[in-house]
Design a protein around this ligand. Structure first.
Ligand SMILES: *[C@@H]1O[C@H](CO)[C@@H](O)[C@H](O)[C@H]1NC(C)=O
Ligand SMILES: *[C@@H]1O[C@H](CO)[C@@H](O)[C@H](O)[C@H]1NC(C)=O
Ligand SMILES: *[C@@H]1O[C@H](CO)[C@@H](O)[C@H](O)[C@H]1NC(C)=O
Ligand SMILES: *[C@@H]1O[C@H](CO)[C@@H](O)[C@H](O)[C@H]1NC(C)=O
Ligand SMILES: *[C@@H]1O[C@H](CO)[C@@H](O)[C@H](O)[C@H]1NC(C)=O
Ligand SMILES: *[C@@H]1O[C@H](CO)[C@@H](O)[C@H](O)[C@H]1NC(C)=O
Length: 364
């Protein structure tokens, strides 16, 4: 009798908190999260009062059925209710409290472009089993990416660009079997890219530029069928460009500029699906492969500041389009081919080579 009364009481309690909104434990966790942050210009936390964190709490979204907190979305850049308040400073400091990990049903954490949030990524984030989006771009976050981030089997977006992250790319990252968008740009990440990077079969964008990443480009990267955008620029990458990269089905952008890449230009790159190719400022040597054809369509082809020698291949005139061509600062020699899309090119595309001649340079 006593037990069933108790059960009834518990059921009533659970149902009533369900009706009234978020569970008290989620509310407590949110308040602890808020306490570690300071935002005094927009007042984004001014609505974080009262018992129902699922209504009116700016940037908090609950699952309509479970009433558990599902999304935290605090964007410093584009934001709905604050658009009218343009002119106000979008700045927040403080840190991301580990209390956030008590929101165990979180599927999305977006705390982006606040410029001043520091501290580390709480290690416990790797234990949020439902997490799909982690976006912390544009803060001052330091420390390392949690080594066991690979446990987040549902994670589709990992964006910590424009912060002060150090340490290596965790080896476990290759276990993020749902990952589609990886953005680590503009941090201080060192070490090598995991050799088995190609295990990230769902990946479509791999953006790692502006770090201190060294070692070779893992050839397994070309196994990633959906990969359309590879940006490894401004790092310390060495070794050759794997030939298989030019055979990737949907690769549209390949930016490897500002590294220490050596070896020859793979012929496969010249007639690939790539339309933005920047290999500037490396140590690439040998001739430019004479394999251009109708499949060669480049919005940008920047091969400047390398050690390329020999002539500009005749077949380049048969490319369907090259919008911006830069072959300057190499050791090329011979006459510049003529072709329809060549008409708009200026001398700056060809200067500082050994002995190039012909329009737009001096006649041969
Ligand atoms: C804050 O809550 C009030 C109602 O309590 C609502 O009118 C207002 O739009 C909310 N502000 C934000 C930024 O969500
Ligand atoms: C946080 O920013 C405020 C200005 O919004 C400033 O007064 C305060 O000193 C900052 N706190 C820290 C720890 O940087
Ligand atoms: C890199 O991030 C810092 C903030 O941590 C920012 O000030 C800087 O403009 C960023 N650089 C680039 C090239 O995005
Ligand atoms: C990736 O996951 C597998 C299976 O769960 C595990 O055995 C392995 O240790 C993980 N790899 C890394 C580098 O964490
Ligand atoms: C290619 O990369 C170099 C070096 O990072 C940069 O200066 C140049 O502007 C880039 N080229 C194009 C066309 O964007
Ligand atoms: C692209 O160039 C490679 C290397 O010469 C050649 O084997 C291949 O047949 C070419 N592919 C196309 C589609 O032109």
């Amino acid at each position: 009798m006593g037990t069933s009364l108790l059960i009834t009481a518990v059921v009533v309690l659970v149902v009533s908190t369900g009706v009234n909104g978020c569970p008290p434990a989620d509310r407590e966790a949110l308040l602890a999260f808020k306490a570690a942050l300071h935002e005094s210009y927009l007042g984004i936390f001014s609505n974080w009062t009262g018992t129902d964190c699922c209504q009116y709490w700016y940037g908090v979204i609950c699952d309509p059925e479970t009433k558990r907190v599902a999304d935290i979305s605090l964007r410093g850049e584009f934001d709905g209710p604050f658009i009218q308040k343009a002119g106000l400073t979008r700045y927040m400091n403080g840190s991301i409290s580990p209390a956030i990990c008590k929101l165990e049903r979180l599927s999305s954490i977006v705390i982006s472009d606040w410029k001043g949030i520091s501290g580390i990524i709480p290690k416990c984030i790797a234990s949020l089993p439902f997490l799909r989006i982690l976006d912390l771009i544009g803060n001052q976050i330091s420390g390392e990416i949690p080594y066991d981030i690979g446990k987040l089997s549902r994670l589709t977006v990992l964006n910590v660009a424009d912060n002060r992250i150090t340490g290596r790319i965790p080896r476990s990252i290759v276990n993020l079997s749902s990952l589609m968008h990886l953005d680590l740009r503009n941090n201080s990440i060192s070490g090598t890219i995991p050799q088995d990077f190609g295990k990230l079969r769902m990946l479509s964008r791999a953006l790692l530029s502006g770090n201190r990443i060294s070692g070779p480009i893992p050839y397994t990267i070309s196994y990633i069928y959906r990969l359309s955008d590879i940006d490894l620029s401004m790092n310390r990458i060495s070794g050759p460009i794997p030939e298989s990269i030019g055979k990737m089905a949907v690769l549209a952008t390949l930016n490897l500029d500002g590294n220490m890449i050596s070896g020859k230009l793979p012929a496969t790159l010249m007639n690939s699906s790539i339309s933005i190719l920047n290999l500037s400022r490396n140590a690439i040597e040998g001739n430019i492969p004479d394999v251009f054809g109708p499949r060669s369509y480049f919005m940008i082809m920047d091969l400047s500041y390398n050690n390329l020698k020999g002539p500009i291949p005749k077949s380049i005139a048969s490319a369907s389009y090259i919008g911006h061509l830069d072959l300057s600062h190499n050791h090329l020699c011979g006459s510049i081919p003529v072709g329809s899309w060549f008409e708009h090119l200026e001398a700056s595309s060809f200067v500082n080579n050994d002995c190039l001649c012909g329009k737009p340079l001096k006649t041969c």
